[in-house]
Design a protein around this ligand. Structure first.
Ligand SMILES: [Fe+2]
Length: 295
């Protein structure tokens, strides 16, 4: 079986067929998926009935799995899935939708803001892989925005202005923009801002892209309101419909994206009904810029 990839959006996104990711992949298949990621940045696989173990095995073809610690406020005793799996469902340990006032639920609403996974980590994520186990009956599409195409479309003056800029990213910035401002001392330490370049260069293709995320809340050396306006303007530019692919989920879809060159967000859905989505995250290998030592 030779895998094939067909582009399904004018600027990015490939649909992959003739592959069964529940089985161990041949080296050539892994290489074909990697090459597809470099080119299309988002890959869609349909009808992949996988277990959590199979999802982790498939993901490890592309690098080590990211350590999920420090990425949420869920306490270990409240976790529904095993280590290695990121739970991006709306479910508690009992398998029921989380109550409306659940702090975990409110924190997870941040996934509805445009972001790049783990941009709040000093070494941010490479790929994310999201498997749809139970699809919500209403809404819940995931949207992807191509940060390479968005960068290419900037005017030269803006490209020059932002080339060397460094942003500060933290979960407290994204959640803060939703009005979640109260954190324990432990959470504050865990969510300490990290630095990321605003313009990234892809290590394989050499293409430049905007490295935006709702976690970005400041720019080094720039007054806060000026930074926020610039980030907001760039985000508005980068998420125009011409750069966006909307994925409508079917059960057992798996979508894989390159966080180094994409932003994504989830749209609202019926939170009284289950939406069971399970993510694995492939760790990145280098920081985008130097960090400052802890005070
Ligand atoms: Fe995400």
């Amino acid at each position: 079986m030779t895998i094939s990839i067909r582009q399904i959006h004018p600027v990015f996104v490939g649909e992959v067929t003739d592959i069964d990711i529940a089985r161990p992949l041949a080296r050539a298949e892994v290489a074909a998926v990697e090459a597809g990621m470099d080119r299309y940045a988002v890959l869609v696989f349909h009808d992949q009935r996988i277990t959590d173990e199979q999802q982790m095995v498939f993901s490890r073809n592309f690098g080590a799995l990211e350590d999920a610690r420090g990425g949420n406020i869920t306490k270990p005793e409240d976790k529904r899935l095993q280590v290695g799996m990121n739970d991006v469902s709306n479910l508690g340990r009992d398998g029921q939708p989380l109550p409306r006032d659940s702090r975990m639920r409110l924190f997870n609403l941040g996934n509805m803001l445009w972001h790049s996974d783990s941009s709040f980590r000093a070494v941010p994520a490479k790929y994310s892989l999201l498997s749809a186990r139970v699809v919500n009956p209403m809404g819940g599409n995931t949207e992807f925005a191509d940060m390479r195409a968005a960068y290419d479309a900037l005017d030269t003056a803006t490209k020059t202005q932002i080339e060397e800029l460094v942003c500060e990213h933290s979960l407290m910035y994204s959640r803060g923009s939703l009005g979640m401002l109260d954190y324990s001392d432990e959470e504050r330490a865990m969510f300490r801002p990290v630095r990321q370049r605003l313009v990234r260069t892809h290590p394989v293709t050499g293409r430049k892209s905007l490295y935006l995320s709702s976690h970005a809340g400041a720019i080094v050396g720039m007054p806060m309101p000026e930074a926020r306006i610039l980030l907001r303007d760039l985000t508005e530019h980068a998420t125009q419909p011409r750069f966006v692919y909307v994925h409508t989920w079917r059960p057992w879809d798996l979508v894989m994206w390159d966080n180094r060159q994409m932003m994504h967000r989830v749209r609202r859905y019926d939170e009284g009904q289950p939406r069971d989505m399970r993510r694995t995250t492939v760790a990145g290998d280098v920081p985008t810029t130097a960090q400052v030592a802890a005070a």
